[in-house]
Design a protein. Structure first.
Length: 138
């Protein structure tokens, strides 16, 4: 099994990789989000044989939302957001490391069985004194 991740930072952050600013695009209405990232440096963490190998991944994904937005909020854990009632995602993905390569079919962009698109604030980013005009959070 291969697990392509951004590794673990000294602060403990994991599964996160910074993308170039121009890799992410959002339509003016916020209903279409695109990610186009090429040769992003990650590590391949394997269980058998155990170890980490430097790797790269590339992806092109598009999320589309429609049907109006719904608000969601919860006090514990702190969470507020506005999400499109209907969303779908399509894309391609590939990965490479020394001795192993895979790629989705570029002619048949994978379609989601579930997708979510919206804005949210959570945890420490949802302080009671902060108002979020986009998501309606306190």
């Amino acid at each position: 099994m291969h697990d392509f991740t951004g590794g673990i930072t000294p602060a403990g952050l994991f599964w996160t990789v910074r993308l170039a600013d121009d890799a992410v695009t959002v339509s003016p209405r916020g209903n279409i989000l695109g990610v186009d990232a090429h040769d992003v440096a990650v590590v391949d963490q394997r269980a058998v044989p155990a170890g980490e190998t430097p790797a790269t991944v590339s992806l092109q994904m598009t999320w589309k939302g429609g049907g109006g937005r719904r608000r969601l909020a919860a006090g514990a854990p702190a969470f507020a957001g506005r999400f499109f009632r209907h969303a779908r995602a399509r894309g391609t993905f590939s990965g490479t490391e020394d001795g192993f390569t895979f790629a989705s079919d570029a002619l048949k962009r994978a379609r989601s069985t579930f997708a979510e698109l919206g804005t949210e604030r959570n945890g420490r980013f949802l302080a009671a004194a902060i108002q979020c005009p986009r998501c309606g959070g306190p």
